[in-house]
Write a protein that binds this ligand. Sequence first.
Ligand code: MC0
Length: 146
Amino acid sequence: MLTRIDHIGIACFDLDETVEFYRATYGFEVLHTEANEEQGLREAMLRINGASDGGASYVQLLESTRDDSVIGKWLAKNGEGVHHIAFGTEDVDGDAEAVRGKGVRVLYDEPRRGSMGSRITFLHPKDCHGVLTELVTAAPQATPGH
Ligand code: MC0
């Protein structure tokens, strides 16, 4: 069951500059940064609030680290902006299968590694009214307050 918005993924040209915009404009602080080699990106997670299912809600800022990455290609075509929305669930495997059973294309056969040790998969935007949609199960150690 999808229980919260885990994050809004925003593609940007310059991660440090964009982080500074979110800090100076809204007061959002960076909880976590990491590079994801598989996805070809560098990211910052800005925590907005915690949630009772063990996850939280974030703004996720994404900078491409290679031209042929998903984010690199998307930035070249569209420029900066909202790239995807992610819903949080305790059971990404079960929810991905349930959605697949409803005829929505799930992009990964098995969930892959996401931010902060989470497990993630994506739904094709053409099957979701134009929205690239991610399903996320947070890592146990990502539980707010732990
Ligand atoms: C592409 N399209 C989108 C879109 N990306 N529509 C809405 N939102 C997006 N983000 C549309 C295009 O406009 C195009 O429509 C059609 O989909 C095909 O696009 P394309 O430019 O040819 O791109 P593809 O087909 O090569 O790739 C699209 C696809 C890809 C969704 C399969 O982006 C993908 O595999 N995404 C999942 C992985 C991902 O997003 N990684 C980065 C974040 P028209 O009408 O022009 O044909 S990873 C992440 O965030 C992790 C680290 C985490 O959260 O922890």
